[in-house]
Write a protein that binds this ligand. Structure first.
Ligand SMILES: Cc1cc2nc3c(=O)[nH]c(=O)nc-3n(C[C@H](O)[C@H](O)[C@H](O)COP(=O)(O)OP(=O)(O)OC[C@H]3O[C@@H](n4cnc5c(N)ncnc54)[C@H](O)[C@@H]3O)c2cc1C
Length: 375
């Protein structure tokens, strides 16, 4: 892995930092307090190419690679983690579409996601009764003479109330035979879709999280994404990449917390200096792990699943610990609900849950370690 950023990566990081500094940071607290979905900011990110960082140019992306993507998410999350998760999910959905879609599916949809015509896309895997155990999903797609009929409920769907397109995983039946889990592209405006009330989360209020009910939704034969019955494998591959996004978001949160703490005029006691040094070192360790996972995905030479899980596990734990310690170091004013540090502490919690909980990352790492050994 190259220790130096290349000119493309520097350029992407600069674009993200500029939007973060000029547009996201100044309104982060107000956006959170109002629970305002950041439509204008998402448009700005799209104009800068950041809604498709690792997507080919002919589909409107920057084609700048996964390391550049991680750097961009880190910079955006430092200013506002809620905007970063919305951006990360859009990038993830766009990548799945461009990787597994037919030329017609990709050319119809991906440019709408990279250009900002769709404010976002949604990744619809979890259900009220299946999160970690995603294979236990109940949503079903049944083949009809004209396509598919989709029924079921998805839960905790990021950007679900605003997305132009949903990627929906479902058990599939063809002529009464079970075909396993497949993946479908669903136009978010179709009749039969009911969007639930936004979840009242402890943090990241400017991101949108809803349930989606599909009640006999009719989708065409061309809605199948990838092969029939191969959807679960696609979900696992997408989540490996998604974990790099959430690791990057976590690092941005930790960077933001450290910056607030160091600006807060802390006393110069040895205890305080020790805490800051240690936190900084841990954030840098998590950053290197994350950039290595990004580099492995980008170089496509290796299975990067274990590295992505290690990055997500470490970075999310570090973000939570750093935010907690920074609140403690700065003192009582940082514990006020709308103080930037309190916000980052609230925002950090969910990084240990979505794209696979910390416990699930431990299972993934241990299984891979037992199967393939240490190196
Ligand atoms: C804000 C937010 C946004 C989200 N966005 C999306 C989205 O866009 N799309 C989407 O599909 N999902 C999304 N999710 C759902 C998220 O991925 C799930 O919440 C997560 O996978 C955990 O599933 P669960 O909530 O069903 O918990 P469960 O799977 O029921 O887990 C409960 C607890 O048991 C532990 N546990 C479960 N299985 C094991 C095991 N085998 N070994 C050890 N411990 C275990 C878990 O770690 C956890 O602590 C989002 C969630 C949140 C909170």
């Amino acid at each position: 892995m190259d220790a130096q950023l290349n000119p493309t990566q520097v350029d992407v990081q600069r674009r993200a930092r500029q939007i973060a500094r000029e547009h996201l940071a100044p309104r982060a607290i107000a956006r959170d307090a109002a629970g305002e979905f950041p439509l204008d900011d998402l448009r700005r990110l799209a104009d800068a190419g950041l809604m498709g960082v690792n997507i080919n140019r002919e589909l409107g992306g920057l084609q700048a690679g996964v390391v550049a993507y991680s750097l961009a998410v880190q910079a955006i999350a430092k200013a506002d983690p809620a905007v970063a998760v919305t951006m990360a999910v859009n990038n993830m959905v766009g990548e799945v579409l461009s990787y597994f879609g037919t030329p017609s599916q990709t050319s119809t949809l991906v440019p709408k996601m990279t250009s900002g015509e769709f404010s976002s896309g949604s990744f619809c895997l979890s259900e009220p009764g299946s999160g970690s155990d995603a294979a236990g999903m109940l949503t079903r797609a049944t083949r009809t003479t004209e396509g598919w009929r989709l029924s079921g409920t998805k839960a905790w769907i990021t950007s679900g109330a605003y997305a132009g397109v949903f990627l929906v995983w479902a058990q599939t039946s063809v002529d009464g035979d079970d075909q396993g889990i497949s993946l479908f592209i669903v136009d978010s405006r179709l009749p039969g879709i009911t969007v639930g009330q936004p979840e009242d989360k402890m943090g990241q209020h400017a991101s949108n999280t809803v349930s989606l009910a599909f009640d006999d939704v009719l989708i065409g034969p061309d809605a199948l994404l990838g092969e029939l019955g191969k959807g679960f494998r696609i979900a696992m591959m997408a989540l490996d990449g998604g974990r790099i996004g959430i690791a990057s978001q976590s690092i941005g949160i930790a960077d933001g917390a450290l910056e607030w703490a160091t600006k807060a005029g802390l006393d110069r006691s040895a205890r305080c200096a020790d805490a800051l040094e240690m936190m900084h070192a841990r954030v840098e360790a998590a950053r290197q792990l994350t950039l290595r996972a990004a580099w492995l995905k980008e170089s496509a030479s290796t299975n990067f699943s274990r590295q992505a899980s290690m990055a997500k596990l470490m970075a999310s734990e570090v973000a939570n610990e750093v935010a907690r310690q920074c609140v403690a170091l700065v003192g009582p004013e940082a514990a006020a609900y709308d103080h930037p540090l309190a916000k980052l502490l609230r925002d950090a919690r969910v990084t240990r849950i979505y794209e696979g909980t910390s416990e699930i990352q431990r299972v993934v790492i241990a299984r891979d370690l037992i199967r393939h050994g240490v190196a």
